[in-house]
Write a protein that binds this ligand. Sequence first.
Ligand SMILES: Nc1ncnc2c1ncn2[C@@H]1O[C@H](COP(=O)(O)OP(=O)(O)OP(=O)(O)O)[C@@H](O)[C@H]1O
Length: 602
Amino acid sequence: MTDTTLDTTMTSARQTTLPWKRLLLFSVVLLALLVVPIVIGDQFIAHIFVTIFIFAGLSTAWNIVGGFAGQLSLGHAIFYGIGAYAGIILMNAGITPWLGMFVGAGVAAVVAVAISYPCFRLRGPFFSLATIAFLEVFRVLALHFRELTGGATGLMIPLKIGWEWMVFRDRTPGLLIAFGMLLVTLAVAWWIRSHRLGFYLVATRERESAAQAAGVNTVKVRLIAVAASAALTAMIGTFHAMYLTFIDPSSVFSLTTSIQIAMFALIGGLGTIIGPLIGAIFLVPLSELARGWLGAQALGLHGFVYGAVLVLVVLFMPNGIVGLTSRYLGKSTNKRGVQAESVAATPRLPTKPVIGNDLLVAEHLDKHFGGLHVTRDVSLTLKEGEILGLIGPNGAGKTTVFNMLSGFLKPSSGTVQIRSVDGTMMTPVTPGDFAAVGVGRTFQIVQPFAAMTVEENIMVGAFHRHADVREAREVARETAFRMGLGPWLDAEAQGLTIGGLKRLEVARVMAMKPRILLLDEVMAGINQTDVHRAIDLMLSIRDTGVSIIAIEHVMQAVMSLSDRVVVLSSGQIIAEGKPQDVVRDRQVIEAYLGKDFVHAEA
Ligand SMILES: Nc1ncnc2c1ncn2[C@@H]1O[C@H](COP(=O)(O)OP(=O)(O)OP(=O)(O)O)[C@@H](O)[C@H]1O
């Protein structure tokens, strides 16, 4: 067995055994959470456990948007409120809450998509503020539509007891329902995180543009996440209303509830499956006990103690309880300063592919940024089987051209056409359209998904052609070994050196199996030996039928790689041709070295 196969086998073994052990432990903890209150049989203890299950469920649902997708919503009480009102309003109309909860879930999902779509354009605190504003709108609406919601007086559930109405005298059935809802929410969150959607959400959170370049429709995946999260939140909201027996606008559409939901995930471990549950197990009893013990001592003292504990946790456990325990148990896979292996020497095919038809045709590309005219009338073509070098001094407009060739910038005028597999010329618009017709790109400033492992980073690219996780993992591993990243499959991307990160960029895009590869200075910052190997790698990629446009400052690479070179200067093409002709061109020398040098030479 070679070292490489050994390493792959060991990694697979690690990945198949560890989750089962964790799953078993997790199941035991969950079962204990259900059994303990039933065995104790005390009403107050049962109430605390019901509250833990409800808030753990709400926080797990929130975490799909706030943790996986990184959209810190403080408006989740909207969906909780919709579920609560839907349950009671329909119950008053004689409809069981078991049905009402699905109606609430549907309404919440539609509302979530409608309000999130405009809000996703906002970043960081602006997004959170917008969600708070919507929450306030819903509170005011609930106060206004009195006939439906009871206005400020609120709504009381009708006195109907039994499983059909989700209302019980004893706490045990409520405990079972709340536990069941928590299990469903955990299962949905786990399913999302371990499938393509979850990878796409985390990639979108980490680097939206890199995710788009990998063919991810970042708006669509976040809308799916928010709809799922809102539906689950509403369903729990319905049950909670039945449990509390009374709701009013300020108690359900409440910022405090929204903050609490988010807080459990933040304290437990943002973006992890079990973090929100751990946060709720830790904080719900603390809050209830502080209220019980300290509430009578002095007004607001329990709130102060609760707040102080939160501040301490945030200060000393920035990655939550899950992050802290992983650190102490030494489970962190982050290997900082990881020096990736050299790119494996790549066997070349004996024959070079023949240069074929035009594959990419860009015509008259102009780009203005306000008054700045960055590119003027740039027209270029890339043929099948060709490597085209795009060179020019700093600030010439090369990256701007790349952005237009991959949908990241819309040209002020001019067109970009790509020949599809069936031979028709397509005019893609968005980065997703370009990825769909087979254009893959890297970025000059590397854009790794920092919190993901090397393997997961490459899997995001592989998902473009393989929706199945196992297939995508296989493609990612194969690509990683080819790029010399095999030993670091489990390392977090943020631990790689600059050379490793550059390779990771190429590996991610290669896993997409592109037909056209746009490489933006992939050799910058790597050593001489690796430059040779990278040149070989690119030639071998080209030999497999991928056409390449490479922006490069390393002239040795430009000369030995390129079939043709296009030279940009001040946004215009000043020369085009074979590399050896272009480097002798007087205009090109002048653009790089200045008029004085050319005159002195003459
Ligand atoms: N979004 C933007 N807004 C305003 N100006 C921009 C923007 N993007 C690029 N520019 C300007 O356009 C010009 C060309 O930039 P570009 O990055 O395309 O050049 P480049 O040839 O890739 O340079 P380098 O080799 O240094 O990467 C620069 O003057 C840059 O400041």
